[in-house]
Design a protein around this ligand. Structure first.
Ligand code: CO
Length: 462
């Protein structure tokens, strides 16, 4: 058996390189071709896709999913799901999590990749149980990072627990692209020894090491790897699918993918990418290798966020200082992995610390919530002085945060009865309330939406 491939170009690829702006009409012809290539799965849906659809593209994300499903009758479709955060940025009630899982599967998803930013398994339980209840494939992703507590042993133990929880497969999710080749070899070897379900690797090319890391992981026995079709590969995205297919051809790891089909799909996607390049929708910086992330361990997406925050404050000269502050904040906060929503919290706190000139003089509300336990358990001990400075002697909860959240669905349904047409619409409102309401109102009144669409489109490309 060779190595299986999951294509990410229609989710992470355009999320990493094109600010998640691929429209469904760009996606469908490519999806239709990729469906014939022999992939293990296509990753096509997730939080950023959903958010971008309603915020920028005026597209119903559920309809987008149904159309992709129709275009891909032969290949499994995969989505990324933030555990109790679903596709949003806060914790939601169990009943919303369950219904979102059910509706995702009903509308066309086969594999749900679920993760928690803190690897707090209590935050995954509801999504995992629901995926199994509605007969989806449940993949649990381990948020990879390095720190004094995030050792190889930590991840091997986590993998064992996750298998026990009922995962159908496990993914090492290296969102920052900081997994070194030799560490990948050891990590994959040891996890494979400890579990009996398939193991997948997801990494990013940001630091320039991803192809080497994939190869070492493959030699260590990883079952599935994530790659992106050439036009949306490299830079802050995943390694190139075609290059890996050629590299492994004729070896025991042969992927079996049809290169003629890949070539045709890549031509189609290249035309789309060229349009984005011409219109300024692809920042060439995103394509450049940035090895400094290996030092600061800051994911690519977070770097561009930090830059735009500093630019808006007229403080770009503080960029290096902020980069150095990020690991210090992360340490003070108990080494959270830098993935949504923790990457935004740590980044914003680092910017505030530098700009105010006094560490933790100001803190975002989300950081306060995190210190009160409202996102789950921190991986390591939180600096007690920092905690005291931010939240005083307020009591930190130790139970599962969602235990405090009452059912929300019926109230949402009632509140927006005039604009929601189905349960999917209610879920859209529940996750992205203000943006969702604007989107649904526009969608429901097509005669005005056309005009608005043109304006919005000009803003995006302008
Ligand atoms: Co990713």
């Amino acid at each position: 058996m060779g190595v299986k491939i999951v294509d990410t170009s229609l989710r992470d690829g355009h999320q990493s390189l094109l600010a998640t702006r691929l429209r469904v009409e760009d996606v469908l012809p490519v999806a239709e071709m990729l469906d014939k290539a022999g992939y293990h799965a296509l990753e096509v849906w997730g939080g950023a896709v959903f958010d971008s659809c309603i915020r920028f593209l005026d597209e119903d994300p559920w309809e987008r999913l149904r159309l992709i499903r129709k275009a891909c009758p032969n290949t499994k479709l995969q989505m990324l799901f933030r555990g109790q955060n679903i596709l949003g940025y806060r914790h939601y009630s169990d009943e919303l999590v369950e219904l979102f899982v059910k509706k995702s599967l009903e509308n066309g998803i086969d594999i749900i990749r679920v993760f928690d930013a803190l690897n707090d398994l209590r935050n995954l339980k509801c999504a995992v149980d629901s995926t199994k209840k509605y007969k989806g494939h449940c993949q649990i992703a381990l948020s990879y990072t390095t720190s004094p507590v995030h050792t190889i042993e930590y991840f091997v133990n986590l993998a064992k627990e996750v298998e026990q929880m009922g995962a159908d497969s496990i993914c090492i999710k290296d969102m920052a692209g900081v997994l070194l080749p030799s560490d990948a070899y050891e990590l994959v070897s040891k996890i494979k020894q400890a579990i009996s379900i398939p193991l997948e690797l997801h990494t990013h090319c940001t630091g320039g090491i991803a192809e080497m890391t994939l190869m070492k992981a493959i030699e260590a026995g990883v079952d599935i790897v994530d790659t992106a079709l050439s036009p949306l590969s490299g830079g802050t995205s995943q390694p190139c699918t075609e290059a890996l297919v050629y590299s492994l051809q004729g070896t025991q790891y042969d992927t079996g993918l049809d290169v003629a089909v890949l070539k045709k799909a890549a031509e189609k996607l290249t035309a789309t990418k060229d349009r984005f390049l011409a219109e300024g929708g692809l920042n060439p910086k995103a394509l450049t290798v940035n090895p400094s992330i290996l030092k600061y361990q800051v994911p690519g997406g977070m770097l561009s966020n930090l830059m735009s925050q500093l630019k808006s404050q007229g403080a770009m000269d503080k960029y290096d200082e902020v980069l150095r502050e990020v690991p210090r904040v992360r340490k003070d906060l108990g080494y959270p992995p830098l993935v949504t929503p923790l990457s935004q919290m740590v980044g914003t706190q680092a910017v505030m610390n530098v700009i105010t000139g006094e560490r933790y003089k100001l803190s975002p509300k989300e950081v306060k919530d995190y210190l009160l336990g409202n996102y789950g358990k921190a991986p390591a001990e939180i600096n007690p002085e920092v905690r005291a400075k931010i939240v005083g002697d307020a009591v930190c909860i130790t139970h599962r945060p969602a235990d405090d959240i009452a059912p929300e669905f019926e109230a949402m349904k009632e509140k927006y009865a005039s604009i929601v047409k189905c349960d999917e619409d209610v879920l859209t409102c529940a996750l992205f309330e203000n943006v969702a309401v604007k989107f649904l109102e526009k969608r429901n009144a097509p005669e005005t939406s056309e005009e608005n669409e043109v304006i919005e489109f000009n803003v995006v490309i302008g």
